[in-house]
Design a protein around this ligand. Structure first.
Ligand code: ADP
Ligand code: ZN
Length: 596
């Protein structure tokens, strides 16, 4: 058994070794057991169901929530020479008939279906008549009513166990807190499943978080270090994605917007270009992401705070799936928190849900304001741990210094108290700095004893003090009153000077991004010509087969070719990412480039 799954890995996929728990997961499916597989994005989940589906008798059913995702996976499988198809609403009746005919003839190794299609009696009766090797439920967290990806059709998937007795089911996801895990098992009615929970760490991603001061300038500095690389810039609002994308184009970047309000054909085209082209920056709302399998995304930027650690980790997880160095960089300010709280308050979700989401936002804010290694608390949040600091985050590479903020905290809390606990951070900072703005005069805050007592510190430091007091629980930001800061039970001790406080110092200058140039793959000057020729060769196969370049070969594979210079078919087969089918299809093309 082991031997043959290893053989498929080597010969079909062209990879030398299984990663992490892949082999054990495949083994469980081969033995007919149900399983729950939790692996971070880019961990290599698809192989886990594709390989046993190919080894077991019958067709493997893959339930996937997004049409775009199915199409990409099926196109990539075709390049590997695997008989895979999908059934969804994007197809004509004829196309669907053709797929069903091949399915009945037992010619398909894998069939991708959308959950709503599977809910139809027609699809069910057709599938009952053919042997099914395995059922994989991708993005299984969509069954959870607590998550933001909840899909009603997923609820019907629990019936599959009874419909296909003896067929192993594999629920697969990248996001699952303990609570979601239990929900997945219960709602999908998995039968005593094996749990495979991969370490959540993505060591190749460097994390950095900064206070938002001049977001555009900060972004530009960041992007200048990544010219020519593909990346995603997340924003909270649709309007902002468009204005930032337009502005980046003025700055000479290939940038496109993406959000749910764009015309479907524009959205499709922008996504297609992002996948197909090298080095495009997509500026997007969170509508962009699920199903983006592009392996060479080099950075994910957050210009606004995401709504939870879960969202943050899932969104940043889209960087560096190929295992090469990648960066997750975020700027955020208190205004973001206020906006997110308001959005939550305005939504018509239940109170329980709102409270739960509120906690999740607090956890993220606390993480942003933390000192020290970023990766450790991030992993701890997901129930994982690290023995040592990671050495690949801003906390490790540029540790924040701290300062005694006891006195500053007292001043800010007094300003909150004296102005009646009705104002947000921006106004309070004006008061502390002694700025006689219209609002200050209107409320006669220039008459307060605290007016102008904070001129020893700049506005940015005062904003940082406010954020850190919120995180520490000495201040509360009231979303129902537009972020008005109010005192808490512990404020009194701080006001009296009984609670010594240390604050982190926000890094100065626009960016201090984590970079590990030593690990970055750079092509040596003398190799550039060959490198460009290899890329051109890849692009021409990609055009011919109408797939993105990375479906032909990942950058990693080209880098190996560059390093080892294979001259024969056998040598080429030794390169990671080159399997038999790809060798047959592209071998001659690449060998003639390599032979020069
Ligand atoms: P996920 O679905 O978990 O986000 P994928 O299944 O898309 O991840 O895999 C991520 C990338 O890793 C893919 O490009 C895949 O080809 C590659 N990969 C998966 N398993 C291996 C392996 N054993 N060796 C090398 N590369 C692998
Ligand atoms: Zn670290």
């Amino acid at each position: 058994m082991n031997l043959s799954s290893k053989k498929i890995l080597n010969n079909v996929f062209g990879y030398p070794e299984f990663r992490g728990q892949q082999q054990a997961i495949i083994e469980a499916a081969l033995q007919g057991r149900d399983s729950l597989v939790i692996m971070p994005t880019g961990g290599g989940k698809s192989l886990c169901y594709q390989i046993p589906a190919m080894l077991r008798e019958g067709t493997g059913l893959v339930i996937s929530p997004l049409i775009a995702l199915m199409q990409d996976q099926v196109a990539a499988l075709h390049e590997l020479g695997i008989e895979a198809e999908f059934l969804n609403s994007s197809q004509s009746l004829d196309e669907r008939r053709d797929v069903m005919a091949r399915l009945r003839q037992g010619k398909l190794q894998l069939l991708y279906v959308a959950p709503e299609r599977l809910a139809t009696e027609q699809a069910r009766s057709m599938l009952r008549d053919i042997p099914i090797s395995l059922i994989a439920i991708d993005e299984a967290h969509c069954v959870s009513q607590w998550g933001h990806d909840f899909r009603h059709d997923y609820l019907t998937l629990g019936e599959l166990g009874a419909m296909f007795p003896g067929v192993p089911r594999m629920a697969v996801t990248a996001t699952a807190t303990d609570r979601t895990r239990k929900e997945i098992v219960a709602r999908l009615e998995l039968n005593e499943p094996d749990f495979f929970i991969a370490p959540f760490d993505r060591p190749n991603i460097g994390y950095a978080v900064q206070a938002k001061s001049e977001p555009k300038r900060q972004l530009l500095t960041f992007l200048q270090a990544h010219r020519g690389a593909a990346g995603i810039v997340y924003c909270l609002s649709r309007k902002k994605t468009e204005s930032i994308a337009a502005w980046l184009r003025e700055q000479g970047f290939d940038a496109l917007p993406y959000h749910a309000g764009l015309a479907p054909e524009v959205r499709r085209e922008n996504q297609r270009r992002f996948l197909a082209e090298d080095g495009l920056v997509i500026v997007a709302t969170i509508a962009f992401g699920m199903g983006i399998d592009k392996p060479d995304v080099r950075f994910v930027v957050h210009l606004d705070l995401p709504k939870s650690m879960e969202s943050y980790y899932q969104e940043t997880g889209r960087a560096g799936r190929d295992g090469d160095p990648a960066e997750a960089w975020m700027v955020y300010g208190l205004q973001d928190v206020v906006r997110l709280r308001q959005m939550l308050g305005d939504s018509d979700a239940g109170e329980d849900y709102k409270r739960y989401e509120g906690y999740k936002l607090d956890a993220l804010l606390g993480w942003c304001e933390g000192t020290g290694c970023r990766r450790r608390p991030l992993l701890e949040y997901f129930g994982d741990s690290l023995v040592e600091d990671c050495g690949n985050c801003d906390g490790c590479l540029a540790p924040a210094s701290t300062w005694d903020g006891t006195e500053a905290a007292r001043k800010l809390l007094s300003a909150v108290y004296r102005s009646g606990q009705r104002f947000g951070a921006a106004h309070l900072v004006d008061v502390l700095l002694g700025k006689a703005t219209d609002k200050v005069r209107q409320h006669q805050h220039d008459q307060l004893s605290v007016f102008g007592i904070g001129q020893d510190l700049p506005a940015s430091t005062w904003r940082s003090v406010a954020r850190q007091l919120i995180v520490a629980g000495h201040l509360h930001s009231d979303a129902e009153r537009y972020g008005a800061l109010v005192l808490t039970e512990t404020s009194r001790g701080v006001l009296r000077g009984e609670t010594p406080l240390r604050f982190r110092e926000d890094p100065k200058g626009p960016v201090a991004v984590t970079r590990r140039p030593a690990k970055e793959r750079v092509v040596a000057e003398e190799d550039l010509e060959l490198w460009d020729a290899l890329r051109a060769c890849r692009q021409s196969f990609a055009n011919e087969h109408n797939v993105p370049a990375y479906v032909i070969f990942h950058d990693k594979t080209l880098h190996e070719m560059l390093a080892f210079r294979p001259q024969t078919a056998a040598e080429l087969l030794d390169i990671s990412g080159v399997g038999q089918t790809k060798l047959d299809r592209y071998g001659d093309g690449f060998l003639s480039v390599l032979r020069g």
